[in-house]
Design a protein around this ligand. Structure first.
Ligand code: SAM
Length: 189
């Protein structure tokens, strides 16, 4: 999806501010009318708001401030996004045709809700690996998931490649890491 300058995406100090990773993922995600969309860990709701211009959109976050902010941002733009405060996709029933996740991908343990945005546990991969383990439950047959990873997340990439058909869609070198966007779909037998 192309960034829509007409969308008003307000920010808040306690919620992850959209950055280069957010826009790299946004640019790689492709949504069509009629396909159900889910953004996991939505932050401000940047991707969910873009998707909601096109189709039904659901968003989750574990940070209550992010959940409130996505609700406010969707009202502000007169768009409908169903927002759920939950751990990853817990309690959600699929199927979703398109799922997007810009996870916390740096090494570390979060001490507060804002740190959850970047602290992804050992090698920055733990939250992503839990996401990958649950993804087949909610992804529609023939559906696609878009996942942002850092090159340091080797164990998450290995799990993705053992479970899904993986395509590298985009990559960007930043000053201390390189980010990739993977497209995950059913393995071709
Ligand atoms: C890197 S930020 C991305 C935010 C937004 N999607 C973007 O691209 O700008 C990661 C987001 O995931 C959320 N998050 C982290 N762990 C989570 C979990 N276990 N369940 C749900 N959301 C989580 C954080 O609160 C944060 O909003």
């Amino acid at each position: 999806m192309r960034p829509d300058p007409g969308l008003v995406v307000e920010e808040r100090p306690t919620v992850y501010r959209p950055a280069e990773d957010s826009y790299l993922l946004l640019g790689a995600v492709w949504v069509s009318p009629g396909g159900r969309f889910l953004e996991v860990g939505a932050g401000t709701g940047l991707l969910a708001l873009h998707a909601a211009r096109i189709t039904d959109a659901v968003a989750t976050d574990a940070n209550p401030d992010a959940v409130r902010l996505v609700r406010e941002n969707s009202r502000r733009n007169r768009l409908r996004v169903d927002v759920v405060l939950t751990d990853l996709m817990a309690g959600l029933r699929g199927p979703f045709d398109v799922v997007a996740f810009n996870p916390p991908y740096l090494e570390g343990r979060p001490d507060d809700d804002l740190e959850r945005a970047w602290a992804g546990g050992a090698s920055g991969s733990e939250v992503t690996m839990r996401f990958l383990a649950d993804l087949p439950r909610v992804l529609a047959p023939g559906g696609r998931a878009y996942l942002l990873l850092s090159h340091a997340n080797a164990s998450a990439r290995a799990l993705a490649e053992s479970t899904f058909h993986v395509r590298d869609l985009a990559s960007k070198a930043l000053f201390f890491e390189t980010l990739d966007v993977l497209e995950l779909s059913d393995r071709l037998e």
